[in-house]
Design a protein around this ligand. Structure first.
Ligand code: DI6
Ligand code: FE
Length: 404
């Protein structure tokens, strides 16, 4: 074992490695080299090459893998505070829609924005995510709904990953809503926009996965099936907004396509649970949207747990149903609203979120994995989900580099 000059060593941390439950190691040390974790164990057992005078003393702070947000729509223009206020002053959904509100108002604003506008508007949200512990972030398209704007959103998302110390994965979500010019012609939209933009985004190296919104107000299982068949032909993994507002059998459809994840799942049926379990599809739990929409039907956490389906937790950061950037807040909501345990919530933003993105190189503190870690002003990992809003992040390590 040889340490390079670039090695970073943490000592005297209270580590939750997440390798076996919390995987707690009291008075832990972690050695990192070349952006990877090289060694983890008790500080008094640290191997000679990593015993260094410049080791970073964590003074007993809680050390966890850094957080992974596996479902976000963080790139968009404008916001929907105006319609939020209208509704709370008594306006109906129809009145809000007639006043130009809803998802299509974000589509209008996003189409009118340049790529630089989209980046500039997203960066404050990204900075909030970073400040609350996120170092890997999935970003979806889906507010362009035309070929050019979908590609612009994806380029903006990719660019963000070069401007901030955050690893961005991108997902094509042209099948998010039906734009006004295709009203009543969802099949034409799939043929003329969703599938062609998928080909273009893939050819230009802009996407890592393909998503769709399978719902009465969006796309039918048959339409999603056509899109996913194209994705599979291109070798791209799929995931699905499924069973958010009703049960259309989306999770089972996703499982048939060996989806990485099925997301939302408030209306998931027992058949959907079995299909996901058999396919190894991760359940992504999104309490921010449940909270904002004042949903009353909960995702079937008991059944998911009984079927040993890995559950991830994400922000769903978007301007309509989940204007939220903090993963620790999503963890708190997952516990309080859905009765997930604090351990499940933290697994949901670390190892299970990594699996939901198909990433096997992160999510726990173990040798060989990416050196992405968070140091928190906390003593036990349950504090991350317990507090309404995170305990302070003392420092983060992204790719083996310590940031203040
Ligand atoms: N489900 C949601 O909750 C968001 N998208 C989706 O498919 C809503 C997006 C928005 O309202 O802007
Ligand atoms: Fe979403």
């Amino acid at each position: 074992m040889k340490a390079s000059a670039m090695a970073l060593v943490l000592i005297h941390a209270n580590a939750a490695t997440m390798t076996d439950g919390y995987g707690l190691i009291a008075d832990a040390a972690v050695a990192m080299d070349a952006g990877r974790i090289a060694w983890v164990g008790p500080t008094d057992a640290i191997p000679a090459p990593y015993r260094r005078s410049d080791a970073h003393d964590c003074a007993g702070a809680l050390l966890t893998p850094s957080l992974i947000d596996c479902h976000s729509h963080v790139v968009f223009a404008g916001n929907r505070a105006g319609e939020f206020e209208m509704r709370l002053n008594g306006a109906s959904y129809e009145q809000v829609a007639r006043a130009g509100g809803g998802i299509l108002s974000t589509v209008r604003a996003t189409r009118a924005a340049t790529m630089d506008d989209l980046i500039a508007q997203a960066l404050p949200r990204i900075d909030q995510m970073i400040a609350t512990g996120t170092t890997t972030l999935e970003i979806k398209s889906g507010y362009g709904l035309d070929l050019e704007t979908e590609l612009t959103m994806l380029r903006a998302a990719r660019r963000i990953g070069t401007q901030r110390p955050i690893h961005v994965t991108t997902t094509h979500l042209a099948a998010h809503a039906i734009p006004p010019e295709f009203a009543g012609r969802a099949d034409d939209y799939i043929d003329q926009i969703a599938i062609p933009s998928l080909h273009a985004a893939h050819t230009q190296g802009l996407i890592d996965a393909v998503d769709a919104f399978c719902e009465g107000i969006a796309f039918t299982p048959a339409q999603v099936d056509r899109l996913f068949t194209t994705a599979t032909q291109l070798g791209l993994p799929v995931k699905l907004h499924a069973e958010q507002l009703s049960d259309l059998g989306g999770a089972a459809l996703a499982a048939r396509h060996k989806a990485l994840s099925a997301d939302h799942l408030e209306y998931l049926s027992p058949a959907g649970v079995s299909a996901m379990a058999a396919a190894g599809t991760v359940a992504v739990i999104l309490p921010g949207a449940f909270y904002t929409l004042r949903e009353t039907r909960m995702p079937p956490i008991h059944s998911l747990r009984a079927a040993r389906i890995p559950m991830a937790v994400a922000t769903d950061c978007n301007p309509g149903s989940s204007p939220m950037t903090s993963l620790p807040l999503a963890m708190n909501m997952a516990c309080t609203l859905f009765r997930m345990t604090p351990l499940e919530a933290l697994q949901g933003t670390t190892l299970h979120a990594a699996r939901a993105l198909g990433l096997s190189d992160r999510g726990t503190i173990a040798p060989g994995l990416r050196a992405d870690l968070c140091l928190w002003d906390a003593t036990h990992p349950a504090e991350l989900a317990y507090r309404i809003g995170a305990p302070p992040l003392k420092s983060r390590i992204a790719g083996g580099i310590l940031a203040p």
